[in-house]
Design a protein. Sequence first.
Length: 275
Amino acid sequence: MRPSRRPDDRNGAHSGTALSQRDAMPTIPSPSSQSVADIVATQQLMLPGGPVGVRLRRSDRARRISLRLDPRGGGVVLTLPATTRLETGVAMLRDHAGWVQRQLERTAAPVRFEVGAPVPIDDEPHLIRHDPEGRGGAWLEEGELRVSGDLAFLQRRVSDFMRQIGAQRLSLRLSEHAVRTGLSPRRVAIRDTSSRWGSCSADGRVMLSWRLVMAPTMVQDYVILHELAHLRHLNHSQAFWTLVDTLTPYRRQAENWLRACGPSLMRAGSGSEAK
């Protein structure tokens, strides 16, 4: 789903549900369900701000051409039906260059994993400081995220630390909500996803993105409780939304935050350079 709207039950009640971050689409309609195959080509689209990378993919289930921004890399993904000529897709891409430009201008800059940059934890900024003589890889100290060792490995160490702290804090938060609500998943997984904040499968497994740890705790709670509510209603029926609103009276506020700030978290670490 777009976090600012109701989640999109793309896979149906038997497959599970997912809470995702999607970009707005151009006027060309997109398929309601598609299975994307391998990349068939790469292109560069020249825009006033410079070239933008484009990945062209084919889908055996797509009925129409679809165009979207890549939430992780900041480029563009163009999906073609199996029988559509590659040239047709490239022509459509050029026709929608203005749309791509506008969407890129609206896309929030990613959270950067580099020296001197602030990285949020529970929406509280922590400046990244290189401490080459320190020990322990990465740790929090006096409101900073300190990283030891060779500067060349700083981005990787920050990323590893954020995934670790995300897994710890989100798992604990989910467990507390499960006890309070009586909605207990059979299994919990914390993963690195580029478009989903969370999902719930038909077998009772709840998945969360570690990137949520960068958001305000109110937003974390909304996503967690949204997925726990699917343990009772594995759909997006009125009964489901009534339960969600009961569990999270701040739902609209959380959805608005995800719409405005979520893209920068989804792209966290991309484009970072050691300084």
